[in-house]
Write a protein that binds this ligand. Structure first.
Ligand SMILES: [Zn+2]
Ligand SMILES: [Zn+2]
Length: 381
């Protein structure tokens, strides 16, 4: 078969402006361990929205192709990373043309974070979601392209047939971030009370995970009302609309927990007030996990309350391939447990991606789904 030498992609050239459909070159040769994939599904993440709007920005990051949750079909493979055979996925399975493949962050395998800490999220050279300029090789490594070059260091997984593209795609960031957060929190004690701050994709998925993990009461805090209704469908026993303000939200949690507060509070919201709210909502000897606070500003948290309640406060950063692999297994195991498809909008082509980012920005949909095969003009064969 002929291997494409270029690909159509939706490129962000300036923050806050419409994405540009461009024809990007593809590397002529695949490095050992690299794979070329025809994207069948990309789901948009909150981080994509933050990068688009400019709320998250790094010097020299543009132009870039957005999208770090994606799935595709392998159309070409490089040599094996160690020379012999072909590339293998994170589980050691050979990757072949025609395979369904998902992938996540790329890591170098050689830095202190990789070799001593052995935490891929701490890789000093981690490529993920934002280090993917479209004007330097390998040009198109992200989800909003017809064809993507999957780098040797990218954490790849051959996907089981019974996990649909949208779920597998969301496993690449949203779901793995949530599973890692529960892991970092030390899990859910059966019969306990969990508060989930945030009712976006992560908050809704976390609500489901808390429920499946045996929480007796799952309280989802967020907005707008439609999201809280959806939270109920994903296992929330109670919901609180943040429109009432911090004090009312905290008071309601105490009311729902007999005045004791929640055993576990997870931040998937990231608003400046989530820290002090989480501390105030946590029960004596409770745990607070910070996952969503990506912004530079947050309100001060009272250290005296952390001391007085003997709280455990932990941070959780995104996730690595172990969280990704477990997310795939999670969806497979609990496929029938919750209406996962309700998290996803109907797919659209690349030319609509910019508009869908704007809709997500307005909280008009939970997760937009891009299928580049639906892109109207197909002269780039
Ligand atoms: Zn993400
Ligand atoms: Zn590294």
């Amino acid at each position: 078969m002929t291997i494409p030498t270029s690909t159509r992609a939706a490129v962000l050239t300036r923050h806050g402006e419409p994405l540009e459909l461009q024809e990007l070159p593809l590397p002529r040769e695949l490095e050992p361990g690299a794979v070329l994939v025809r994207i069948t599904c990309a789901t948009l993440c909150g981080t994509d929205i933050e990068i688009w709007s400019g709320r998250m920005t790094f010097p020299g990051m543009l132009p870039m192709v957005l999208g770090h949750e994606m799935v595709g079909e392998v159309i070409a493979v490089g040599a094996g990373a160690t020379g012999g055979g072909g590339p293998v996925d994170a589980l050691g399975e050979p990757i072949r043309v025609g395979d369904r493949l998902g992938w996540s962050e790329s890591v170098c395998g050689a830095c202190y974070g990789c070799t001593v800490l052995r935490q891929p999220v701490a890789c000093a050279n981690r490529g993920y979601g934002f280090l993917q300029r479209s004007d330097v090789p390998p040009y198109a490594t992200a989800g909003l392209a017809e064809v993507a070059y999957v780098t040797p260091g990218a954490q790849k997984l051959r996907l089981p047939d019974d996990v649909p593209d949208t779920w597998a795609s969301a496993a690449g960031c949203a779901a793995k971030t949530v599973l890692r957060a529960f892991d970092r929190a030390g899990g859910v004690r059966p019969g306990s009370t969990v508060v989930v701050q945030g009712s976006g994709a992560l908050g809704l998925f976390a609500t489901a995970v808390a429920s499946i993990s045996g929480a007796a009461r799952v309280i989802t805090v967020g907005a707008p009302a439609s999201r809280l209704t959806l939270a109920g469908r994903f296992g929330a026993t109670d919901t609180i609309d943040i429109a009432g303000g911090s004090e009312a939200t905290i008071a309601r949690v105490h009311e729902l927990t007999g005045g004791r507060g929640a055993d576990l509070v997870l931040d998937f919201a990231g608003a400046p007030s989530v820290g002090p709210e989480a501390i105030a909502m946590a029960a004596q000897r409770g745990t607070v996990t910070i996952v969503g606070s990506t912004g530079p500003t947050s309100d001060p948290i009272p250290l005296s309350a952390i001391m007085g309640k003997e709280l455990t406060v932990v941070g959780s950063l995104n996730g690595d391939v172990s969280d990704y692999a477990r997310s795939i297994e999670f969806f497979r195991s609990f496929a029938a447990r919750f209406p996962w498809d309700d998290l996803f909008s109907a797919p659209c082509g690349l030319e609509e991606a910019g508009a869908r980012i704007a809709t997500m920005h307005r909280l008009g949909e939970v997760k937009a789904v891009i299928d580049p095969r639906l892109t109207a003009s197909k002269e780039s064969a």
